[in-house]
Ligand binder design. Sequence first.
Ligand SMILES: Cc1ncc(COP(=O)(O)O)c(C=O)c1O
Length: 340
Amino acid sequence: MAEDTATSASINVAFGTVAAGMMVIAEAHDGVFVAPRVEPTASFTLHPFAHCLHYGSTCFEGLKAHRGADGAVRVFRLDRHVARMRRTADLVQLPVPPADLLERMIVAAVEANLDEVPDAPGALYLRPMLIGTDPNIGAAASPSNGALLAVVASPVGDYFAGGVRPLSLLVETEVPRTTPQFGEAKAGANYLMALGVTRRARAEHGCDQVLFAPGGEVQETGAANFLLFDEHRVVTRALDSSFLHGVTRDSVLTLARDRGMAIEERTVTVDELLAWQGEAALAGTAAVLSGVGTLVHGGERRTVGDGQVGPITLGLREGLTAIQRGEAADVHGWTRIVER
Ligand SMILES: Cc1ncc(COP(=O)(O)O)c(C=O)c1O
């Protein structure tokens, strides 16, 4: 099959459903990782007693490599994603991969799949994953010292079907997204806990996502951070252990600061949210920066701003993607070019 056909076809299918040809794998034995291997993407063999299958010892990361108009492929904020995966591995009691090993594996996965990186607005989504493999079904109270670390990849287009369009969010004030001790972790269990609520929000209210705001304080959605904008400032929850510390969030705050906007990292209440006169957006590797047009709360639908994706959101999104694609100066050193 021609390379171009594979690449352009894949970005029109659902996000994350196409596997790139190659993956990179390293095992850990007794907590120590051995040299990684680059292999065709294929099924794993797991012992049915594997720790991850019973006690949920798994975690992952998500980052992207972008092809620029200059043809070069750049990985975005590799160091931040590596640091966050190590933090999560620690939280889920798995062997923590050394930073240089994980970095090398991610870069090797991009290199091995270089021909599958789509043109913008598509990207190669990289999914490092770590699972506990010790074959022991009596290990509920002990960690897995055996582990499998793999970096798989997927050529992707838009996360939200329909491209850049205003999203609708259900504001959930009763059910939390996850437990307090795992708020900061990128672990599968967190997504599972949010899934039932998100499915109900779709079925009952036609909402794209749920904005979790337990006790009336805004946290984040199931897979992205939440930001408020007005002409002069960005308002978002301050970093704490209740939510995932997004790399996109950090990048957008930095770009906004560069543009002279004030950054307010603080508590945002649902009351303030519902009265907000400016724009609202979701920030994440998959979501990029996606405008929010509607909030559903207490059975009522409210329009945010004029209900469309606003100019501040679009301007910051454009600024971010321009750096990712090498079209704007990378003054913060966020990108790394990968070539053969
Ligand atoms: C729960 C959650 N919050 C926030 C984010 C945004 O993080 P990042 O910008 O690092 O992708 C993600 C992942 O994309 C996520 O899964």
